[in-house]
Design a protein around this ligand. Structure first.
Ligand code: SAM
Length: 225
């Protein structure tokens, strides 16, 4: 494990974002590849299930074993594994081939279908296919210019009557934030509703490692009228 100060990693990420010209989130692959398998160089990697997903799962009873789940931007795979252990048929994708290879190496006997894909250009076969979609810290990692495209893509992946769980940083102003990450505003969150999702639960939480950041966990359902 290397001991790189978090401020140095943040500075490095800012520089990568500024130089990222081909695709707004292409820099993630550079970060994963340059870490050479050292998770301490991946700022969001805790190697554990997100506590908000754990809480959500504690309150669920899976009704049948054919329920499908999709994990967007799955990183190193811990949330996908938790959903598979719970009983979902899980597909998990990331734009970074290195992250996906890392997931497969960490969980060689996994039931999860790990795949490389781009949320901004998702597989058309995934349209409205998933009973449960996990969006943990993905939209916030995208610049404001592609945000409405990302939110529309996410909403389109949720099956009729399906659930989207959103775990995100929040900003209580519509002014553009300095990022990354770029916390979501109330106006940006309202785009999920415009895309056919109904908010059924929302709570604030504080992450141990970032007590200063406002964070939200929101559960949406795709109602069909
Ligand atoms: C901040 S990390 C969060 C990872 C994980 N969801 C978590 O909460 O720990 C954002 C993840 O989204 C992935 N990502 C970024 N842009 C993406 C895109 N356009 N399509 C798919 N994955 C993307 C990154 O590679 C990275 O693994």
């Amino acid at each position: 494990m290397s001991l790189v100060p978090p401020n140095d990693i943040r500075q490095k990420i800012r520089e990568m974002v500024e130089n990222s010209q081909s695709h707004p989130t292409a820099w993630f692959e550079t970060l994963y590849a340059e870490s050479q398998g050292d998770p301490s160089l991946i700022p969001w990697a805790t190697l554990a299930t997100h506590p908000q997903l754990e809480k959500w799962l504690e309150n669920q009873a899976i009704e049948d074993n054919n329920q499908t789940a999709l994990v967007l931007g799955c990183g190193l795979g811990d949330d996908a594994e938790a959903l598979a252990d719970f009983g979902f048929q899980v597909t998990a994708f990331d734009i970074s081939p290195t992250a996906i290879a890392w997931c497969r190496q960490r969980f060689p006997n996994s039931q999860v279908n790990y795949t490389v894909a781009d949320l901004l250009d998702p597989d058309p076969n995934w349209l409205e296919k998933f009973d449960f979609v996990l969006e943990s810290r993905i939209t916030q990692s995208m610049p404001l210019e592609v945000r409405s495209q990302a939110i529309k893509a996410i909403a389109n992946l949720v099956a009729p009557h399906g659930i989207l769980l959103l775990i995100t940083r929040f900003r209580d102003t519509e002014a553009a934030p300095e990022g990354p990450p770029w916390p979501l505003s109330e106006a940006e969150l309202s785009a999920f509703k415009t895309c056919g999702l109904t908010e059924i639960n929302r709570h604030k939480f504080v992450a141990e490692n970032r007590p200063d950041a406002q964070q939200l966990c929101i559960e949406y359902r795709k109602d069909v009228f």
